[in-house]
Each structure stands twice: as structure tokens, then as C-alpha cells.
Design a protein around this ligand. Structure first.
Ligand code: AHR
Length: 498
């Protein structure tokens, strides 16, 4: 099969906001306890953080991590996770039917984020919590005043404010499963009032309003219209969440699902701009795709988990090679929409639907999905180009005219490099891809990184790593046209210098 990409120096989408390579840590399962934090682990540092996990997190280059939930945040009292650890309450946690020991809270997490070279994206509780609680949390984290919550932070050992810039106004408040779920009207009102108080305490913060928990929510569209009508002037982003599954074991269809994400993004952009027009506003609301991933492998096992355990092994999806292809396509979709998607969070980071897995008291390792994320995050920084793509398409029962080639192209002007990300969705045929670079002069091929496995269901475990990338230097001649062969069902990153 043949395909072509035309890349012109003048055809750009936007500069990529590095925060599209964000991730997420929720107090859920073994994400925190046994994941990032395990004081008795042989690699634990002075604060109980696992160094083996931190090393893998650093390889992913994650600039922002959402915390502490997720569904968890809608029943969470942030004060429980501050101050003397021996006095922190042990509580029933209703979102995941677990027990929360509160040995980690914002005091510790902001320190972990520093050690991970990352920023915290903090979520406030708008389920059982309200505007005043959110206001107090901003004061505790960010205020330099001589006032109760700022002084409490100082008493707890943190003289300097944490300086958390980005805040989520609750989580998935459209979902009936959410603790204190709300209608769009109810949420629009409470989010507006919380936003006002939070920004009065710290006018420098940015706020994310809850959009829909998925494209398939029956309230999708109406939810965004109503919520944004209320909150438009007070927030900076609206959130999107989407998880993908291959329940029917139809790989061709599964690989097409990143196109649904593209439609979701484009529809939310349209809705934001309708409200912008309606309000005659100069302000543009951007998108925070702050939960996305493949999630379905662990669904059945999770129904058998006993209630009221501390850090039970929940949502521990073991990812296949084909999941890595989907994750690769999703990252390209985010890059290709970077004019409006400014933040995105791979949900989640450790153990819970995560690229990094651990054994309690044991090793940590990289799942299949780790690799496309790592390469996109490390190399996909710069300007996203708008490639013109010619390739064949295929159709499945649920998706029509799916291009066999998924691609994104990033221009790193500092290094004079063009980075081409590409997935060949064909399950049978290799793809001979011709790239034409216009206005870049002659381009020299540098490197081809490939993630390929004959077995689409291959997985990485603590004992064996079946899915690993290969890297090879390219030795072709410089020129305005280049060709590269993409194996059937493969993820690729090819770099060129001009
Ligand atoms: O990431 C797992 C869960 O998925 C989150 O807690 C929730 O926000 C979403 O439904």
C-alpha cells in the first residue's frame, strides 16, 4: 500500500502546549499507596516515594499531573491529607468502596510532583464540598497572607506557597455515578460561585470546568451549553474525558476509535465558540482533555474486589500491543488539535489504567502504552504542522472511511528537526510512505523508532517484555522527498533534519 504526506513550512496548526503530555494520579487502587508511595520499599526516598517509579515517570517527561481525583475527589476533604500524619483520619471512601488512610495528601503530593519535575493540576471537591471549601484549599496552597489556612500550611512545614496554577472545578459532575452528581444547571451555578471565590483568593490561577465524562453521555452537548452559559467568564478550559475499549475484539474497529476522539474535540470546540458568540465575548475557552486512555481489561476482575480494603489492586489493565497503537493514535489526535487542546492527561500514571506498573515490595516496569507516550512527550514539542495526507481508507461496522495512516508532524525549529509520528492501521499490508517537505530545503533522514509486534495481544509483564521499541539510524540521502516503509499495524516515529 502507498501513502503520501505533504508538509509545507507555512502550514501549521499551533505551538504545542507541553501540558498535553500530562497524566493523572488519583487516590484509587494502588496508584498512590504501592504506586508512587511505599515507605518500606527498598527504593523509597526520605519521604517514602518509590525511586524506581519516579525514574520511570521522569522518562515519560510528564509536565503536569492531575490530583487527587477523579471520582475520589467528590467525597474528599483535602484537610484530611495535611499536617501530622499520625493524626490523619482513616476514612471510608465511597467512590471506590475502599479505605483511605490519608497518609498522602497535598502536602506530600506537591513534593512528589517537584521530584517528578512536574506541576500539580489540583481538583477541588464540588460533590460533597462547596465554594468555601474550594476557596480554603486555594488559600492553603497558594496564599502568602497572614490568615488561617495559609498559616496552617506554614505550621505544617511549608513556608512558601505551593503555587498551584491549574485547578479543576470538580470531576465528572455530569455522571450519575458521581458522589453528589449534579444537573448541568446545578453544576453551572456551583462552579461559577466556586470559581469566583477561588480567583478572588488567587487571581493567577486557571480553572477547568467539567465537560462531559464521554462523547456517549446522553447529556453531552446540552451539558456543555448550559454549564458554559453559566461559567464562561470565570473559567479558562472545559474538560473532556474518554476511555476506549475493544470489547468485541474487532481490532480494525478499535484502531479507528481515535477518530471518535477527534470528533469529540471538534464538537466541544464548536460548543465553546457558540457560547462565545452568544455572549459577544473576546475570550476563547480552550480544552483540557484531562482523562483519556484505553480501559476495559480489568472491568470484570474489579467486580470481584472486596469492599473496604486499603489500596486494593483495582483498574489494573494489562495493556496489549494493539492498545499501544491506539494510545499512539490518540497522542497524534491531541497534537493535531493543539490549537485548542492545551492540557491532556493520560489516565492514569501508575498501576491504575497506567503505563507504569509495580509490585508491592517489588519491581516496577513499563507497559506497552508507555512507549508511544514516552516518544511523543520527549519529541513532540514544538509546532504541530498541518500535513496533507493521501492514503487509502477502510470501513468497519462502526467507522466509515478510516484512513489507514494516522499521522502528526512536529517542527522543532531549535533543532531544525521534523518529527513524523505515524501508525499504519492496516492489519495485513505494509505501507510505503512518501514524505514531501516544502520550503524546508533538503531534509536528511536521522532516525526511525518503531513499535511493532506480530502478536497484537502481546503484553509486557514484570517477568517479560514482549513489546519494546527498536531504534535505528537512517542513512538515506538528503532531499525534499523521502520514503519510509511502515510495517503493518505498527507505530513509528521518523525524524529528519533540514
Ligand atoms: O480514571 C478512573 C475514573 O474514570 C476517574 O476516577 C473518573 O473521573 C473516571 O470516570
Amino acid at each position: 500500500m502507498n501513502a503520501e504526506i505533504l508538509i509545507n513550512k507555512n502550514f501549521t496548526i499551533a505551538n504545542i502546549d507541553n501540558r498535553i503530555y500530562g497524566s493523572f494520579i488519583e487516590h484509587l487502587g494502588r496508584a498512590v499507596y504501592g504506586g508512587i508511595y511505599e515507605p518500606d520499599h527498598e527504593t523509597a526516598d526520605d519521604q517514602g516515594f518509590r525511586q524506581d517509579v519516579l525514574d520511570l515517570v521522569k522518562k515519560l517527561n510528564v509536565p503536569i499531573v492531575r490530583y487527587p481525583g477523579g471520582n475520589f475527589v467528590s467525597g474528599y476533604n483535602w484537610e484530611d491529607g495535611t499536617g501530622d500524619k499520625t493524626k490523619r483520619p482513616r476514612k471510608i471512601e465511597l467512590a471506590w468502596n475502599s479505605i483511605e488512610t490519608n497518609q498522602v495528601g497535598i502536602d506530600e503530593f506537591q513534593e512528589w510532583a517537584k521530584r517528578a519535575d512536574s506541576q500539580v493540576m489540583m481538583a477541588v471537591n464540588l460533590g460533597t464540598g462547596g465554594p468555601q471549601d474550594a476557596q480554603n484549599c486555594v488559600e492553603y496552597c497558594n496564599a502568602d497572607t497572614d490568615t488561617h489556612y495559609a498559616n496552617l500550611r506554614r505550621q505544617n512545614g511549608f513556608d512558601k506557597p505551593f503555587g498551584i496554577k491549574t485547578w479543576c472545578l470538580g470531576n465528572e459532575m455530569d455522571g450519575p455515578w458521581q458522589i453528589c452528581h449534579k444537573t448541568a444547571e446545578e453544576y453551572g451555578r456551583i462552579a461559577t460561585e466556586a470559581a469566583k471565590l477561588m480567583k478572588l483568593v488567587d487571581p493567577e490561577i486557571e480553572l477547568v470546568a467539567c465537560g462531559s465524562s464521554g462523547f456517549d453521555m446522553s447529556t453531552f452537548g446540552d451539558w456543555e451549553l448550559t454549564v458554559l452559559d453559566h461559567v464562561y467568564n470565570y473559567v479558562d478550559y472545559v474538560s473532556l474525558h474518554q476511555y476506549f475499549a475493544n470489547r468485541e475484539n474487532d481490532t480494525a474497529d478499535f484502531l479507528a476509535k481515535s477518530t471518535d476522539m477527534d470528533s469529540f474535540i471538534k464538537t466541544v470546540i464548536a460548543i465553546c465558540d457558540v457560547i462565545k458568540g452568544k455572549k459577544h465575548s473576546d475570550k476563547t475557552i480552550n480544552l483540557s482533555f484531562d482523562e483519556w486512555n484505553v480501559w476495559f481489561h480489568s472491568n470484570e476482575a474489579d467486580t470481584k474486589i472486596e469492599k473496604w480494603q486499603v489500596a486494593p489492586p483495582m483498574l489494573e489493565d494489562i495493556y496489549t500491543f494493539e492498545d499501544a497503537l491506539v494510545v499512539g493514535c490518540i497522542l497524534m489526535t491531541l497534537q493535531n488539535n493543539c490549537d485548542r487542546v492545551k492540557i491532556a492527561c493520560l489516565a492514569q500514571l501508575v498501576n491504575v489504567i497506567a503505563p507504569i506498573m509495580t509490585r508491592n515490595d517489588g519491581i516496577a516496569w513499563a507497559q506497552t502504552i508507555f512507549y508511544p507516550f514516552m516518544y511523543a512527550s520527549a519529541n513532540g514539542r514544538g509546532t504541530a504542522m498541518k500535513p496533507v495526507v493521501k492514503c487509502d481508507t477502510y470501513s468497519t461496522s462502526a467507522h466509515k472511511n478510516v484512513p489507514y495512516l494516522e499521522t502528526s508532524v512536529v517542527h522543532n525549529s531549535e533543532n531544525r528537526e521534523l518529527i513524523v509520528f505515524a501508525v499504519n492501521r492496516s492489519l495485513e499490508d505494509q505501507m510505503d510512505l512518501e514524505l514531501s517537505f516544502q520550503d524546508f530545503g533538503s531534509c536528511t533522514p536521522l532516525k526511525h523508532v518503531e513499535l511493532y509486534c506480530e502478536d497484537l495481544k502481546a503484553v509486557n509483564t514484570g517477568d517479560s517484555q514482549a513489546v519494546l521499541p527498536t531504534e535505528r539510524n537512517l542513512e538515506g540521502n538528503a532531499g525534499e522527498k523521502q520514503t519510509v516503509t511502515l510495517k503493518k499495524h505498527s507505530w513509528n516515529m521518523i525524524t529528519y533534519r533540514y
